[in-house]
Design a protein around this ligand. Structure first.
Ligand SMILES: Cc1cc2nc3c(=O)[nH]c(=O)nc-3n(C[C@H](O)[C@H](O)[C@H](O)COP(=O)(O)O)c2cc1C
Length: 313
């Protein structure tokens, strides 16, 4: 049963990996969770919405609060403020976000260009909190600067206790066919701390392949969990050579709707539309439901869609 020890975390996803979704995923055995990314500057300015993102509830699996920012003192101050208020098992630092409005401020994946700054941010946060500090990074800024090992060593020196490496460069964005497992493998060999490999895990087969190609201690799964929160139990079963467990998809969707409206009554109306579209992805009858999904805004609207799903959904 040694495969039960391999960490299978839900990768952080702003706008999708909120508390409700994390709770849904937890039922399928994901081993760890990270908040949506939170702006360190916004926390330091006391922005309420940013604080709300750090709320997690009482799930048993470890929970990391993720911050992005480029000034060591600001990120450390935000980490101190959030960990003082919200129970968590660690602070994760975002050195991977490719979005221009983040990178133009020198934040997210722009930090891959300055390993020394990465080290300083990790060290400052480490000095400010009592919980472990981890890092989520890419493998470089572009293919001419594949410097994941340098950044990873800098983070380890700064005091990081774990790394999650998305095997793409900033320039790769999320494009299909650009994952570079070999670059993740170099990081795994270079550092002493555990590394989670991340990118394009969609099923048991791709999970086993990424583990084998990288030698990583575990995996973080992002998009593969959208519309398929049960992917975690399927991957675990596949790694153990067991058949995929049965899932009652309708009850998972009902629970997701209930939790989303309970935690964010105002935002859930719209956010559930995106999740519902993911649940219906690849389903033959999805086109007939598209209109209902695009106008759904109450739990009853979502229930009506779920009731229209055929028995073999
Ligand atoms: C909608 C969306 C939001 C994301 N938000 C974050 C985030 O807040 N913090 C972060 O570190 N990565 C974020 N990511 C990146 C994922 O954590 C992950 O690294 C990436 O999607 C590749 O893994 P995957 O192929 O399993 O999805 C996001 C990705 C997506 C698709």
């Amino acid at each position: 049963m040694k495969n039960n020890a391999i960490p299978l975390d839900l990768a952080p996803m702003a706008g999708a990996g909120d508390r409700a979704f994390r709770e849904v995923v937890a039922a399928f055995g994901a081993t760890g969770f990270t908040s949506e990314m939170i702006s360190a500057k916004a926390v330091v300015f006391g922005d309420r919405n940013s604080f709300a993102l750090a709320e997690h509830g009482n799930l048993e699996s470890p929970f990391y609060i993720q911050l992005f920012g480029s000034e060591p003192e600001t990120v450390a101050g935000a980490a101190e403020a959030l960990t003082a208020r919200f129970p968590c098992d660690g602070v994760d630092l975002n050195f991977g976000c490719p979005v221009p409005k983040i990178t133009k401020n020198g934040e997210g994946s722009a930090l891959m260009r300055t390993p020394e700054k990465c080290r300083a941010i990790v060290a400052a946060v480490k000095g400010a909190v009592r919980v472990p500090v981890s890092v989520k990074m890419r493998v470089g800024w572009d293919e001419n600067s594949l410097n994941a090992v340098e950044v990873a060593l800098a983070c380890e020196e700064g005091g990081a206790s774990r790394l999650t490496v998305h095997g793409r460069t900033r320039a790769d964005l999320y494009r299909d066919g650009t994952l570079r497992p070999g670059e993740i493998a170099k990081v795994v060999r270079a550092v002493k701390i555990p590394v989670l490999a991340n990118g394009d895990v969609r099923d048991g087969e791709s999970a086993a392949a990424l583990l084998a190609q990288t030698g990583a201690a575990g995996l973080a799964v992002g998009r593969g969990a959208l519309g398929s929160p049960w992917i975690f139990s399927r991957i675990r079963a596949a790694l153990n050579g067991e058949p995929p467990p049965e899932v009652d998809k309708r009850s998972v969707m009902r629970r997701h709707v209930a939790l989303a409206f309970a935690y964010k009554p105002f935002a859930a109306a719209g956010e559930m539309r995106t999740h519902m579209a993911h649940y219906l992805r690849g389903f033959r009858g999805a086109a007939a439901l598209r209109g209902a999904v695009s106008t759904a805004s109450t739990p009853a609207d979502y229930e009506a869609i779920i009731r229209r799903l055929p028995p073999d959904f």
